[in-house]
Design a binder for this molecule. Structure first.
Ligand SMILES: Cc1ncc(COP(=O)(O)O)c(C=O)c1O
Length: 424
């Protein structure tokens, strides 16, 4: 197959007709396939089933810091759970707050807390007029959703292969005191699977924002979610902010959503003592304490960090062939005709595809017509606005493998059709 941009119109038309015939054949099958959801498939969920029987009626529910985990108390979580998350994140247990079933919920609460109470001795964010957040994009749509919910203006920062464009980040935060934060998914970013380079992490740790109450939302959702033999290495932001004396600048988040059960796992955040003190002012009223039974279940099931890492190998065994299939298909179908570029992540949950400019919406619509649901075009950008209308997030984890293969075939056909429509 030649590159479409070099092909004669008649040859392109013939190619289009043949693609259209395949498209119609798929359409006639009345398929219902889904590559939109970044969630584990059932094979992955089964991996953690034994955790459900770790606690029984005979279990000793006491722990050194809690006489009975079945009862109220321990606002910041069981010490054993703090230790487990501290080891995952590479921080001290005293800096860890173990929460409920969702890290996104903890991010939401953190922003709510800053809106109400403020930080670094500044007025609460909501009393400061228009405030803004930097949003590296393509990024995680729910981050943008939270930001929008609080009426915070979003400024798009382009992603590079090393993380957000740091020249732009440094310039903006140093000049504009109404910029209060930035969203970061530093390892295997959603959707590109990019891991921030050492230099990027160091530059984050050395930021000198005009706003004293500027905070980095370091969402390390995929911190141990490698899928092959060449995992990325991410510098530990807390080590770096210690060196720069900038410990209050960052909140770090993670959860076991994609380790055990999404929506039924355990989430945690890490923060400086100053930042934790502010959060506790809110959490003290918000809850008497989170689900210690689930914390205990996780701690007993995993034992320690090594137990968690061994468990992640089982996820990898399921995910690696799926990602390989998606990447092989993109390579085989789209490379030579030059209608898309894509990322090749070493971990995380997504492959990010950039189709021909101006075609993402059309590709998503065509896929839908043929029975394949994709994440909405534009969803990976603030306000749903992808300026190039080019980025599409592919989630290979959820559908059964045979469905994934079929969905990818259809996706490639649609990407090619949309590109030709643009050319002729
Ligand atoms: C980057 C990122 N952060 C957070 C979440 C949600 O995490 P949780 O289930 O802990 O709320 C997701 C889920 O897809 C995600 O991709």
């Amino acid at each position: 197959m030649s590159n479409y941009s070099t092909m004669e119109k008649t040859a392109l038309k013939a190619e289009y007709d043949s693609l259209k015939a395949s498209f119609e054949a798929y359409k006639a099958q009345g398929l219902k396939l889904n590559m939109a959801r970044g969630k584990p498939g059932s094979e992955q969920l089964n991996i953690s089933n034994d955790m459900l029987t770790v606690l029984t009626a005979d279990t000793d529910y006491s722990s050194p810091d809690c006489p009975d985990c079945r009862n109220y108390g321990n606002l910041t979580g069981l010490e054993s759970a703090q230790k487990l998350f501290a080891d995952i994140l590479g921080v001290e247990p005293k800096n860890v707050f173990v929460g409920g079933n969702s890290s996104l919920n903890m991010m939401f609460d953190t922003i709510a807390c800053m809106m109400e109470l403020g930080c670094s001795g500044e007025k609460p964010w909501r009393e400061q007029g228009k405030i803004k957040f930097l949003c590296p994009a393509p990024g995680y749509d729910r981050h943008f959703g939270v930001t929008g919910y609080f009426g915070i203006e979003m400024i798009t920062v382009p992603m590079t292969e090393n993380g957000p464009d740091m020249d732009m980040v440094e310039k903006l935060v140093s000049e504009d005191a109404s910029i209060k934060g930035i969203w970061c998914v530093p390892k295997y970013s959603n959707p590109q699977g990019i891991t921030y380079s050492d230099e990027t992490v160091k530059r984050f740790a050395s930021l000198k924002p005009a706003a004293k109450d500027f905070r980095i939302m370091w969402d390390n959702a995929y911190i141990i979610h490698d899928i092959n033999d060449t995992p990325d290495q991410l510098l530990n932001i807390f080590d770096e902010v210690k060196k720069t004396g900038n410990e209050d600048i960052v909140f770090e988040f993670c959860s076991t959503s994609k380790i055990t059960f999404p929506g039924a796992g355990v989430a945690a955040l890490a923060a400086s003592e100053n930042n934790l003190a502010i959060l506790k002012k809110r959490y003290n009223f918000q809850t008497i304490g989170y689900d210690k039974m689930n914390m205990l279940r996780h701690v007993k099931y995993f034992g320690d960090l090594n137990g968690v890492l061994a468990h992640m190998q089982k996820h990898r065994a399921v995910l690696e062939p799926r990602f390989n299939m998606v990447l092989d298909m993109l390579e085989k179908e789209l490379k030579d005709c030059g209608v898309a570029t894509w990322t090749k992540p070493n971990g995380g949950y997504f492959v990010s595809v950039d189709v021909t400019e101006g075609c993402a919406k059309r590709v998503v619509a065509l896929c839908k017509e043929a029975g394949v649901v994709l994440t909405g075009a534009g969803a990976t950008y603030p306000y749903g606005n992808d300026p190039k209308d080019s980025n599409i997030r592919i989630a290979p984890t959820y559908p059964p493998v045979e469905e994934l293969a079929k969905a990818m075939e259809i996706f490639c056909i649609c990407a090619k059709m949309a590109a030709i429509e643009k050319l002729i």
